[in-house]
Design a protein around this ligand. Structure first.
Ligand SMILES: Nc1ncnc2c1ncn2[C@@H]1O[C@H](COP(=O)(O)OP(=O)(O)OP(=O)(O)O)[C@@H](O)[C@H]1O
Length: 655
């Protein structure tokens, strides 16, 4: 069923010739000539009867154009939507008819539909004929006109079929005004109109296809607010059967969808919000103009949820472009120690709420890992997770990173403005790492965002609502920062709603091996090596547990990567030369025991500075000799000296 007013069909052009008696008879010979060009149906009826047939043909879509004459033609044209070509009576036709009439009488009447021909008065003297003209609107008027002329002594009357019939009924002579040439012209016009109608219908068909398939609900009206187009999405929205509103006044179908305002003002109204069937919809009303004239208007209605989904996807694409994705879930958090189990259980609890979380813990204890896990476990999973390290930006840059800016907000601001991370994290989570390093003025702005849930871009005054969860992290004791007045107490209270404290690795040594095996396994997999992680970690267990892990899990991960590379290079832990092991992983491997007290001291003894200085003095500044005395490698000695700020003795060179 078409959703636009119009119809569609293929093949030969189809005409419907609607005329009455005398004209039909006149046309028959001509119609045969046109049989090659079009299918022509001839209907010999007048007025209502003709109209009923025409309507039926139009509804069934079996006719491209109609051809008719006189009153019939005007009647059809005022009622049908399809094109109607008219067979006209030209001046030459009248002249020929007059010449024929004059053979019978020099008193001739001419009765035409709706018109008289003033020029005839000028030539009637030439013809030496008395000519009386009459015009009619309805068949009854035609008959009355003919009767009047008969009474006034006009024995011959020229006119349309109705006139000829009425004249003949009075026993007088009627002459048809139409000519064969006029019929041909009418048929030619009809063919042209039919061809154009076909083109228009094809265009309609294409438009209709688009209309049927757009997701938005669409309704269009003509200048009288009558519905001319509607698509299935709109019918579904209105809860009406297909095509039930075509031709009806839109404002009566649904007052909320009225287009009268737009038709009257000619101005588009975009982005208005409608409440419909307990949902929010966004409507755009647009006038339709052709050659500057308003020929109608249309309304498109979108489900507000679609827009918010698109908004989320757009924002998360921006996020993806800036390499912000969550990689970790709770299952990726390694370790089975009671401390980490407690942290995991807390994270699970926190994920169930939407409150702000503050994660504290030393660097490398997995604060971001936990933040991602909380995000992925909660209702915002799948939405953006945007992380920013507050200590990594100068103050002003941090502000524009977080809040975004309008074009021209400051020198060097990006053309077209920039979406800030608060906006990028909309509907998701913003992870503010190293919150303790956030400058005070920005803390004030952050507090306002947490309270108001809206942001204002730099250089703008328009608040933009944001719906996000904030997870902050710190390795600094924020309470102390509050005491030193470098952190706002009220912000701390706000952030502190849910607090997750992550234990340092040294307090959960039992996790080291498990974690190490996990990191080694990942490395082996990346290198596509067929080796058990325990083959790497097992022999090194004592070293792993003896070390203090100041860098926590990040340091462990790093060392595991280096060790795995060495194992792969040398084919096994035992095959790695001790020197290389010490050189590549000095933090893990103290100098082999038994190399002397000085060596142990140089590594982690009571007074490494004194040990090194004494060895250097014994070796007269020769570093190779000092390293040998200390039982450590030259590289380790050099590194230790740098760490402790021991200058090489003068003149010692690089030996
Ligand atoms: N329990 C854990 N299981 C597995 N990997 C972990 C664990 N904890 C931390 N990691 C890893 O250690 C590294 C550091 O973690 P993360 O970046 O989360 O620490 P952080 O506390 O946020 O560090 P910083 O304060 O320096 O930013 C990451 O590569 C992370 O994958």
């Amino acid at each position: 069923m078409p959703a636009l007013l119009g119809h569609r069909h293929n093949g030969r052009l189809r005409l419907c010739f609607l005329s009455y008696r005398h004209l039909t008879n006149l046309a028959r010979s001509v119609l045969d000539e046109y049989a090659k060009k079009a299918e022509i149906e001839v209907i010999d009826q007048a007025y209502e009867a003709a109209l009923a047939v025409a309507r039926e043909r139009e509804a069934s879509g079996t006719v491209d154009a109609f051809v008719s004459a006189g009153a019939n033609a005007s009647y059809l044209r005022s009622t049908l939507k399809s094109p109607v070509a008219t067979i006209n009576v030209g001046g030459y036709d009248i002249l020929l008819a007059l010449l024929r009439a004059r053979e019978r009488s020099n008193r001739v009447g001419i009765v035409m539909h709706r018109r008289t021909i003033p020029e005839l008065d000028a030539i009637k003297g030439l013809l030496r004929t008395e000519v009386e003209q009459g015009a009619y609107e309805t068949p009854d008027e035609a008959v009355a006109c003919v009767k009047g002329m008969a009474e006034r002594g006009f024995p011959v009357i020229i006119g349309s079929s109705v006139v000829v019939e009425a004249t003949e009924r009075l026993g007088m002579e009627g002459i048809l005004a139409y000519s064969v040439a006029g019929v041909r012209q009418g048929l030619d016009d009809a063919l042209e109109l039919a061809r154009i109608a076909r083109l228009e219908n094809a265009r309609y068909g294409q438009l209709n296809g688009v209309l049927q398939n757009v997701q938005e609900a669409v309704l269009a009206v003509d200048p009288d607010d009558r519905v001319t187009a509607v698509n299935p999405a709109m019918e579904a929205l209105l809860g009406i059967p297909p095509n039930a509103v075509l031709g009806r006044i839109a404002a009566e179908v649904e007052p909320d969808l009225s287009l009268r305002g737009v038709l009257a003002s000619g101005e588009a109204v975009k982005g208005s919000v409608l409440r419909f069937r307990s949902r929010d919809w966004i409507a755009n009303r647009i006038p339709i103009r052709e050659h500057g004239q308003i020929t109608g208007a249309m309304i498109t209605v979108y489900d507000a949820r679609t827009i918010s989904e698109a908004d989320v996807s757009l924002r998360s694409q921006t996020r993806r472009r800036s390499n912000r994705t969550t990689r970790y879930a709770l299952a990726d958090i390694g370790g089975g120690s009671p401390a980490i189990e407690r942290a995991r259980a807390t994270a699970r609890r926190f994920a169930a709420s939407d409150l702000t979380v503050l994660i504290s813990g030393e660097s490398g204890t997995g604060k971001e890992l936990f933040a991602q896990a909380i995000h992925n476990l909660g209702s915002r999973a799948g939405r953006p997770f945007v992380a920013i390290n507050c200590s990594a930006f100068p103050d002003t840059l941090l502000e524009s990173e977080l809040f975004g800016h309008e074009e021209g907000a400051f020198t060097g601001s990006r053309k077209g403005g920039k979406v800030g991370l608060f906006e990028a994290a909309h509907t998701g989570t913003l992870f503010l790492d190293e919150i303790g390093d956030m400058p005070l003025p920005l803390q004030t702005r952050l507090l306002r965002v947490l309270q108001e849930r809206e942001i204002v871009r730099l250089g703008s005054v328009v608040p933009i609502p944001v719906d996000l969860r904030v997870i902050a992290a710190t390795h600094q004791p924020l309470e102390e920062l509050v005491a030193q007045r470098s952190f706002r107490a009220d912000l701390l209270y706000r952030l502190n709603t849910l607090r997750l404290r992550l234990p340092p690795l040294r307090d959960r040594v039992e996790d080291v091996t498990t974690l190490a095996e996990g990191f080694v396994a990942a490395c082996l997999e990346r290198a596509q090596a067929d080796m058990a992680p325990s083959a790497v970690v097992g022999p090194l267990g004592p070293w792993f547990t003896a070390y203090g892990w100041p860098g926590n899990v990040r340091e462990l991960e790093n060392i595991c990567e280096r060790l795995t590379m060495l194992v792969l290079q040398f084919g096994g832990v035992a095959a790695i030369p001790p020197d290389i092991l010490r050189y590549d992983c000095p933090e893990l491997f103290p100098e082999p025991p038994g190399l002397g007290e000085a060596g142990a001291a140089a590594h982690d003894g009571d007074d490494p500075r004194a040990a090194i200085e004494s060895a250097l003095s014994h070796s007269s500044g020769n570093r190779a000799e000092a390293a040998r005395l200390l039982g450590i490698s030259r590289a380790t000695l050099w590194r230790r000296m740098r760490q402790l700020g021991i200058d090489p003795p003068a003149g010692a060179g690089s030996r």
